[in-house]
Design a protein around this ligand. Sequence first.
Ligand code: GMT
Length: 379
Amino acid sequence: MKIGIICHPTYGGSGAIAAELGKALATKGHTVHFFSQAVPFRLGAFSRNLFYHETEVKQYPLFESPLYSLALASKIAEVAYYEKLDVIHAHYAIPHALSAMLARQILEDKCSATKCFRLATTLHGTDITVVGADRGMRDVVRLAINKSDGVTAVSSYLKAETVRMFGPNKEIEVISNFVDTSFFFRSPPPDIREQLGLGGEKIVIHISNFRPVKCISDIVRIFHALSQKIEATMLLVGDGPERSGAETLARELGIADRIRFMGKIDDIVPLLSIADLMLMPSNAESFGLAALEAMACGVPVVATLAGGFPEFIVSGTHGYLLPPGDIEGMTRKALLLLSDQAHWRASSEACVRQAKRYETALLVEQYEAFYLRLLEGNR
Ligand code: GMT
């Protein structure tokens, strides 16, 4: 198949999933064209079936905001026409599916005999749970969903939320996030603790884009309580709007020297490989890819009983799930895991086994079957 993938290039789960999907499809012999504003952060090295088209956004004095969606539509139409793409896969309903819809109209207008691509849209969360909650945007999100030929959501939770909020006119398929366990496995570089200036203490980790939904201040408070009881260092990987508030809070609580703000890091396997626990106290999370990647590296997770977490984290087996905001409960469970070596080992092994059920190859097959159904016109 000839597949176009539209995604955000930035540090985040949707860009990671789109890039990993495209790379896996290209390895299987499909031709994959990426459309993005910059090279997606996980795309990596060149491969012969992979192409990347940057959407250049020109600035015009008359218009206040850059015309990204229109520039993207124009780029998709051009590449789809000359490369005869079969499927365009938009990661996010807005603006990506809308740009693809416009590209389809451009092609229909230009040459009615042209066999147009099928439009697949994957919902990752923010367009439903945040943007979709904005009444002014609802109709536009609904249109993007209804005019796609097929729609997937990354968890049953997100599918249910989409149905509840938008009442779409089509069946939404669940294809969950995935992880390549030949890359994500516990493999600590020999000198990494030394490099980071760490001793033998326990390592707690969190990875995200530090948006308010990630509840970064809860992490600092949980770690504060933890560090009263055990020797530990917290690694906060990523960056975003909540970082500076979290740094201030860490200083106020007197634990600034125990928390490392690492910034954005592309290769997280070495850090996950020395971590003993991942904290994910998000108040909404459509799946939680960072938690799955941690589990693949044998890191148990303390997360919230929210969103898609309960679909792949069994509380008591792979870590613990507690209600959002339950700082005391999360602290208790984190301590339980970190202070009982046998319990930690059993959880760590269970995490690795669970991650293998979300192996990239299995989920990529589901996407291929989904594309084929769209091409056969079964939707
Ligand atoms: O978590 C983020 O803020 C990033 C966001 C994104 O758009 O990249 O992640 C969303 O998509 C990921 C991949 O499907 C999911 O694993 C994340 O749970 C989801 N984030 C939220 O729902 C908050």
